[in-house]
Design a protein around this ligand. Sequence first.
Ligand SMILES: N[C@@H](CCC(=O)N[C@@H](CS)C(=O)NCC(=O)O)C(=O)O
Length: 227
Amino acid sequence: MPDDLKVYASCVVAPCRPVLLFLKENGVEYSYVEINVLQNEHLTPEFLEKNPKHTLPVIEHNGIYISEAPAIINHLHDTCKIPRLSKEVQSQVDQLVSWSCEQLHWNIGFSYVYPQIYSEFALEDSVSNNKLIETGIKKICEDLDTLEKSYLHSNKSWLLGVRTTADFTVASIVVVLELVNFDFKMWPNVINWLERVRSLPGWGEVHKFHDDVVRQIREQNGSSDYF
Ligand SMILES: N[C@@H](CCC(=O)N[C@@H](CS)C(=O)NCC(=O)O)C(=O)O
């Protein structure tokens, strides 16, 4: 168990959740510091000293600061002495964790969901913003097709056949689509897999804020699918 592990995270930032799930799943103790991004707490001089790139999550461990969810998970693996899977499987896990926190989060978050719900992520003129969202949805459909057909085909329960960190990491990013009431019906394997991941211990606690927001959105839209 690492000494003095502090996690700086935000309940609205999706890539924070895989780190929290990883810590909970492996019983690692830590102290939690909520950074209110809506009030720009990640842009204060104190926070920029911890992470000049001002992204969340960040961990502080024995005097060093680490950002980027995949690097944090990798660091925790070693310092908490959490057993690695076979080299072959671990490389596949690392590949999916990096992909989800980079390309998938870029496509789902910054190119589709955030420009629709946060004004600071929307492009100034509405034509360009609509173009961004149109391109975003095409990439997201490709990403969901990849999950559906290349990872979750043939009744596979988990992305890599066995449950790994990749499942809750990829799922934490995919559920960001719920913030715009996205309809997953073209991807039934993804729907079933999301239900499975959602029932894992720790998921509900870590996603409480997200789930509450989604529930409110669904109530406003009169839809009760999923919950
Ligand atoms: N690749 C990063 C993604 C983290 C990320 O995108 N964080 C965004 C959340 S939307 C953030 O902190 N944005 C605040 C900013 O960039 O000022 C990771 O894996 O940690």
